[in-house]
Design a protein around this ligand. Sequence first.
Ligand SMILES: C[S@@+](CC[C@H](N)C(=O)[O-])C[C@H]1O[C@@H](n2cnc3c(N)ncnc32)[C@H](O)[C@@H]1O
Length: 155
Amino acid sequence: MIRIGLDIGGGTGTFAARMRVHNITIVTTTMNFDGPFNSFIASRGLVPVHLTVGHRLPFSDSTLDLVHSMHVLSNWIPGPVLEFLFYDVYRVLRPGGLLWLDRFFCVKTQMNETYAPMVYKVGFNRLRWYEGRKMDRGERMNEWYLSAVLQKPIN
Ligand SMILES: C[S@@+](CC[C@H](N)C(=O)[O-])C[C@H]1O[C@@H](n2cnc3c(N)ncnc32)[C@H](O)[C@@H]1O
């Protein structure tokens, strides 16, 4: 059952708003780059947290049912910072909790060489894993999206 969760880099809070319809409470992290995103989320009656991707998550161990992140976690984040974040997400998820990695992007070769080993090393199990070509910056970039649902093991 999913009751509470976190959206990392949630922009204007739309994921939290959509989950609220299902009685799921989502806290949204966002920065105020180029606009007052925290205030905007608050004006929707949702909870914003001003936190960079480099910060430790402000939750106790094994408390959240779901962590979601769309179009934020990607290869622009230095490897050790991203790995730390995955470990921290793992820490705050309850056993059986889900990490929904939505439109993570990287160069195709990084998928199998860097990021897939990284999420397995942290300890996640793979429930869904879809890869697709990212075309907005041209074919030469050879960028790919990963959308995945990963689970913290129950035991
Ligand atoms: C491209 S938007 C994605 C917004 C939303 N997830 C969506 O898909 O519509 C990027 C989000 O990541 C946040 N962000 C950008 N750089 C960040 C950083 N260094 N640390 C934490 N969040 C960051 C921004 O504040 C924004 O909320």
